[in-house]
Write a protein that binds this ligand. Structure first.
Ligand code: C2E
Ligand code: MG
Ligand code: MG
Ligand code: MG
Length: 283
């Protein structure tokens, strides 16, 4: 009967909610100890210049090596860390690790690469974000010109004036600014003129829509439009989530500057990344 069904569904829903709430609480409690226990690690994924096939830089991607749960992906814990404020100390750890890694690579002769670091809304709006970043650059001795900050459109748009001011300060130090997941966050493009943006990262959903064999068909229309726009605005365009050769061919055809995705490499640990950089990918 419909009534019984409804009640069953309701109970199922409640049970599911409880499980989620419990899981969430478990993650938060465990997150509180993860930093001091040294459970975080950075993986790196290369970004490839589509004209030269050289690695231009890497994106640092956070991983949590939980003693019982194994490798926990950011999608499962970053939003929880944001809600309880833990993302601020975690983000500081990420930036200092990324800078320290760049310096280690520089010391063994790996130069001319950048490291992109994802910055969450909560970190970006934290009043000490700039001061913390400066302290990390000083302590590690990194060249700030090798650091790329990845921010999403919604993070930038939350407070346009404050964002512009802060980005200006980072730009003055030589950092590069990238808009992550470009095309998914905000409907107005006018902000592109308000901020000193160096890089547009086309969201993977648009790259996925490039179908094999369709050439310049309608499915790649957004990708090619963003590439053209980036050219006109003097911004580099990176395609995220490149998984197959048809997508790569389309991106090369349309003169996209860089690609990132499983086709080139999955995110790998620092030692594996170093081997790739040292060997001069793709060899
Ligand atoms: P994102 O910054 O857009 O990073 C790209 C994500 O796409 C990464 O997932 C990467 O592993 C994945 N990816 C790369 N190539 C491909 C591909 O060819 N196909 C598919 N399907 N996926 C691909 P990951 O590492 O799980 O990170 C997910 C998100 O978590 C990131 O999205 C970013 O928003 C956030 N995140 C990661 N690390 C950090 C961090 O250190 N701090 C903060 N605040 N957020 C982070
Ligand atoms: Mg990113
Ligand atoms: Mg992205
Ligand atoms: Mg994303």
């Amino acid at each position: 009967h419909a009534k019984d069904l409804g009640r069953n569904n309701y109970q199922f829903f409640r049970q599911d909610m409880n499980t989620r709430a419990v899981e969430r609480q478990l993650i938060e409690t465990s997150l509180r100890q993860a930093l001091e226990r040294g459970e975080f690690t950075l993986y790196y994924q290369p970004k490839i210049d589509l004209q030269t096939d050289c690695i231009t830089g890497v994106e640092a991607l956070l991983r949590w090596e939980h003693p019982e749960w194994g490798l926990v992906m950011p999608e499962r814990f970053v939003s929880i860390a944001e809600e309880c404020g833990l993302i601020v100390p975690i983000g500081r750890w990420v930036l200092s690790q990324a800078c320290a890694q760049l310096v280690r690579w520089r010391d063994i002769g790996i130069l001319d690469i950048s490291v992109a670091v994802n910055i969450s809304a909560v970190e970006f709006r934290h009043r000490d974000f700039f001061a913390h970043a400066l302290a990390i650059f000083d302590a590690t001795g990194v060249d700030p010109a090798q650091i790329q900050l990845e921010l999403t459109e919604s993070v930038l748009m939350h407070d346009v004036a404050a964002s512009a001011l802060l980005l200006g300060k980072f730009k003055a130090m030589g950092l590069q600014i990238a808009v992550d997941d470009f095309g998914t966050g905000y409907s107005s493009l006018s902000y592109l003129n308000e901020f000193p943006i160096d890089v547009l990262k086309i969201d993977q959903s648009f790259v996925k829509a490039i179908e094999s064999g369709t050439g310049a068909g309608r499915n790649g229309a957004i990708v090619s439009a963003v590439i053209d726009m980036g050219k006109n605005l003097h911004q580099r365009v990176i395609a995220e989530g490149v998984e197959d050769v048809a997508q790569l061919a389309f991106l090369k055809d349309h003169k996209c500057n860089e690609g990132q995705g499983f086709l080139f490499s999955h995110p790998v640990n620092a030692a594996q990344m170093q081997a790739m950089l040292g060997n001069g990918w793709p060899g």
